[in-house]
Design a protein around this ligand. Structure first.
Ligand code: UGA
Length: 441
């Protein structure tokens, strides 16, 4: 069977899927309601940084059509992947407005189409949402799903910064549907896409698939908050080092070594939002997940932990020059959504510190938030020059090359906080006033 697909929502999930599929010869219609974004994409301009994405979009041009025309794209496709955002409401719950709008249009378009289309919900949605989306599609198409058109939930596990790599080599495919037809078509689609690299595939119903995605992200967040709690404990135990604790427990295969890097707390467009939506959902159905509340609380406190370290080094932060190295929520991205830097800069400004920041990619995004309240340096040297305190918040490779002497030479007072554990603490402690997340003195 030859496949022609639509991908609705051109964020990093949708674009990565569209680019990887088009690169493998599948005809792809990538659709978004944002006209400016579509016009840029038509010219090969990707509105955010994601390694390899632009190159792949440009090289797959023959199979990849960008448009705002959702209805027509659907008519031309046999699989419709929904990858629109599911942001956070003010109460912390999931905001379904984009996905509901997309499903309305899908429904209207199905009304005029010849059947056998599979609608695949890839966006992260709380359990039960797909059932609700089915109702929207059915009322707009005036036909029941499960006869000629079908629905499935197919969460993704890709990470920003490695989105293409993760889309090309997923560790797992989850297909949540009760329709045999949808099950087989999607299995065939992925077997064709991955050939001999086909990962494990798990079939389940829609709600289980929805829950798998939240449980996966919640567990990752739990690992981070867990190690961050131990990091805070280590800071009160003379000589204790969270990195050695993490390395050691990671050797136990039941625990695993990944996602145990202590830091300023998890950020980004996914984990914080999903934790909040999962909590909100669990409370609504009467099973509040207290463990997830704790994960959230630890994550919020981690920013105060960084400020506490700052106060240990510089008692009164008022009018002190504080340099921040790293603004992005992790390295290799320009994304600052829910980054620790946002809250830490806010707190420093409340203390009336003079804040100067550097990031290889994310400074422009930060300017749109803090404007002239802070200064932006275009080099590491200019950022730390003359400062009383320097805080490293993102683990960019170029920061790892810095030596204690660089700080001693450039700073007014050599006070350094390593919130990402990128420096050799012995060398740094010998030459300057050094504090690090998870390091007891
Ligand atoms: C996350 C998940 O890792 C993906 O599996 C998931 O598909 C994605 O969310 C999503 O729901 O779409 P991502 O947001 O790209 O991916 O970022 P991560 O690499 O998970 O990092 C999240 C945050 O945790 C970052 O701020 C990172 O610095 C922090 N982190 C990560 C730590 O502080 N310590 C660690 O050991 C690992």
């Amino acid at each position: 069977m030859t496949f022609s697909i639509s991908v609705i929502g051109c964020g990093f999930v949708g674009l990565s899927l569209a680019a990887v599929c088009a690169n493998k010869g599948i005809q792809v219609n990538a659709v978004d309601v944002d006209t400016d974004k579509i016009n840029s994409l038509k010219q090969g301009i990707v509105p955010f940084f994601e390694p390899k994405l632009k190159e792949m979009i440009v090289s797959s041009r023959n199979n990849l059509v960008f448009s705002n025309d959702l209805e027509n794209s659907i008519l031309e496709s046999n699989i419709i992947f929904v990858t629109v955002g599911t942001p956070q409401n003010d109460d912390g719950g999931i905001n379904l407005s984009f996905i509901e709008t997309a499903c309305k249009t899908i429904g209207k378009s199905l009304k005029n189409s010849v059947g056998d289309k599979i609608i695949v919900i890839k966006s992260t949605v709380v359990p039960g949402t797909t059932q609700h989306l089915c109702e929207i599609i059915e009322s707009n198409s005036e036909q029941k799903l499960g006869k000629t058109n079908f629905i499935a939930v197919n969460p993704e596990f890709l990470r920003e910064g490695t989105a293409i790599e993760d889309t090309e080599n997923p560790h797992l495919i989850v297909i949540g549907t009760r329709d045999e037809k949808a099950k087989h078509t999607l299995e065939n689609f992925y077997r064709g896409l991955y050939n001999n690299k086909m990962p494990k595939i798990i079939f389940c119903n829609e709600s289980t698939a929805e829950l798998i995605k939240y449980t996966n992200n919640a567990f990752l967040a739990t690992k981070i908050s867990f190690i961050n709690s131990i990091a805070t404990l280590c800071q009160k135990i003379p000589g204790a080092d969270v990195n050695l604790v993490a390395e050691s427990i990671g050797e136990d295969k039941r625990i695993g070594k990944y996602f145990l890097n202590a830091g300023p707390g998890f950020g980004g467009s996914c984990l914080p939002k999903d934790i909040s939506a999962f909590l909100n959902y669990s409370k609504k159905i009467g099973v509040p997940l207290s463990i997830i509340s704790a994960v959230d609380e630890v994550n919020k406190n981690q920013k105060d932990n960084v400020i506490e370290l700052a106060k240990e080094l510089v008692k009164d932060l008022k009018e002190q020059n504080v340099s921040i190295l790293g603004l992005a929520f992790k390295k290799d991205t320009d994304d600052i959504r829910n980054a620790a830097s946002l809250e830490i800069i806010d707190k420093l400004l409340n203390f009336h510190s003079n804040v100067i920041v550097h990031d290889p990619m994310a400074s422009k995004n930060m300017m749109s938030i803090f404007g002239s309240k802070i200064s932006y340096a275009d080099s590491i040297e200019k950022c730390i020059e003359g400062s009383d305190l320097c805080i490293v918040l993102t683990e960019w490779d170029e920061y790892k090359k810095l030596k204690p002497d660089d700080f001693v030479r450039l700073m007014k007072q050599p006070n350094v906080i390593d919130a990402r554990r990128i420096f050799d603490q012995e060398q740094f402690m010998k030459k300057l006033n050094f504090r690090a997340i998870g390091l007891g003195l």
